[in-house]
Structure formats: structure tokens, C-alpha cells
Design a protein. Structure first.
Lengths: 96, 156
């Protein structure tokens, strides 16, 4: 066995095997988004998810038109009067 | 941003309208380095949001990001950003960094989702968040809230 063959068999081949296994083990984990861990920083930009616009509108057509205006007229009147003032009326909060 | 001068001292980096940030549901998924969720998670979120909104005719929306200063005031300041649907809207604002959750209901939606129902949903959501499952908590919370609100025609 020459020196080159020895190096190939005892250094390069094990290194290749270790490399393949490392990629198999840590590859998928690196490709995935980082898992959220409570207490850690949240480094991402704020995101705001809204439902598909049609999801809410579709429902309003199903309702009897006679009853509908009472609510919507009242709400739009208050929003128009108050302008950009708060629209919040209730809710809840939580910590973890 | 111009419509919220009152809270600009508290939160300058918080977007003023839902349109200012990436919306998942219009088909343009953004999963670059800046998206906190994977495509699969975004799909779950999208489905839960759309189904909850369709079943109840309430405009649910989810904000994930920093709620600086007074978190309640910041979340309530975000609420009008839903536009005309804000009165009939429910905002779930999650701040994973500060470990805070704020559920904000509008003047119409509060009639169908009283604070007690929201508190119950918040409890189940924070339980999931505590174990590190952000998307699962949000999806479960949306499901609980939409179950509570019920179908609109059955309600009125």
C-alpha cells in the first residue's frame, strides 16, 4: 500500500462517511425555520396575517338583507364620527 | 403610519395597517430569512384564519411581533388598522419576545365574543405558547374563538 492509498483509506474515506452522516443529521434542521423557545429574543419583523378578503364578505351575502343594515349602519356611523379613534371594545390578555 | 400620531411615541416600528405587513392569504407567501414560520405553518395559519372568519363572519387577524410600551394600548392602537372591518374584527396580537398575548375585540364582535370567552381562548393559547408551539396555539385559539362566536345567522 502506497502512502496515497493509505491516506485515502484511513483518512479520506472515514471523513467522507462522517461528512455524509453530518449532513443527514443537521441538514434538515438547518433548513427548517428556527424553533421558538420561550424566553428567547424574537428577532423577526412584525407580521400581520389577515384572512382572505372573500372569507368575510361571502358570509354577509347569505344573511337576510332586512336585518343586516341595522348593525352595519350603526358601526360605520360610529367609526365615521370617531375617525381614527380606538375601535377596541374588549378582549383578554395573557402571559406565558 | 400617519393615522396613529397618538401612539407613535410608544411604538414607531409597529405597522399601522394590515396591508403594511405581508399578508399570507393572497397567495404571495413570503418565507425568506425574515419569516418566522415555515410554509407548512403558514398554510395552517391561513386555513385557520380563513375558516374562522368564514364560519363566523367575524374578521379575525393575527399579529405576531413586538408590542412595545404599554402592550394593551399598542394592540388597541393596531386594531383600527383592519379598516372598515375593525368594528366586526378580532385581533390576536402575540409578542413572543415579551411573552405577551393580547386579544382585542371590536364594538360588534364583542357582542358575540365576550371577554370571558376571550380569556378562555387566551388561556389555552398561552399554554401552547409556553411549550414553544406558536402556530399550534394561534390555530387553537382561532378555533376556540370561532366556536364561541358561532354561525352568524344562528346567532341573530
Amino acid at each position: 500500500m502506497s502512502v496515497v492509498e493509505t491516506i485515502l483509506v484511513f483518512v479520506v474515506a472515514p471523513a467522507a462517511v462522517v461528512g455524509v452522516m453530518a449532513v443527514l443529521i443537521w441538514g434538515p434542521r438547518a433548513a427548517r425555520a428556527a424553533r421558538y423557545r420561550p424566553g428567547r429574543e424574537w428577532p423577526y419583523e412584525p407580521v400581520w396575517y389577515a384572512p382572505h378578503p372573500l372569507a368575510v364578505q361571502d358570509m354577509s351575502h347569505d344573511e337576510p338583507p332586512a336585518r343586516r343594515p341595522q348593525l352595519s349602519a350603526g358601526s360605520s356611523a360610529t367609526t365615521a364620527a370617531t375617525g381614527t379613534a380606538t375601535t377596541a371594545a374588549g378582549g383578554a390578555r395573557g402571559t406565558w | 403610519m400617519t393615522t396613529h400620531e397618538t401612539r407613535q411615541s410608544v411604538a414607531t416600528d409597529v405597522p399601522a395597517k394590515a396591508a403594511d405587513v405581508a399578508a399570507t392569504t393572497t397567495g404571495e407567501y413570503t418565507t425568506g430569512d425574515r419569516s418566522p414560520f415555515t410554509l407548512k405553518q403558514l398554510e395552517r395559519l391561513d386555513e385557520a384564519l380563513t375558516m374562522a372568519s368564514r364560519e363566523t363572519a367575524i374578521n379575525f387577524s393575527v399579529y405576531v411581533g413586538r408590542l412595545s410600551g404599554d402592550s394593551r394600548a399598542t394592540a388597541e392602537g393596531l386594531h383600527p388598522g383592519m379598516g372598515a372591518k375593525a368594528a366586526n374584527g378580532v385581533l390576536l396580537a402575540v409578542d413572543p419576545g415579551q411573552r405577551l398575548l393580547e386579544i382585542v375585540t371590536g364594538q360588534q364582535s364583542v357582542k358575540r365574543l365576550p371577554d370571558r370567552s376571550c380569556a378562555l381562548a387566551a388561556l389555552s393559547m398561552t399554554a401552547a405558547f409556553g411549550s414553544g408551539d406558536l402556530v399550534g396555539g394561534i390555530v387553537n385559539g382561532l378555533r376556540m374563538l370561532s366556536d364561541q362566536a358561532g354561525h352568524p345567522s344562528r346567532f341573530r
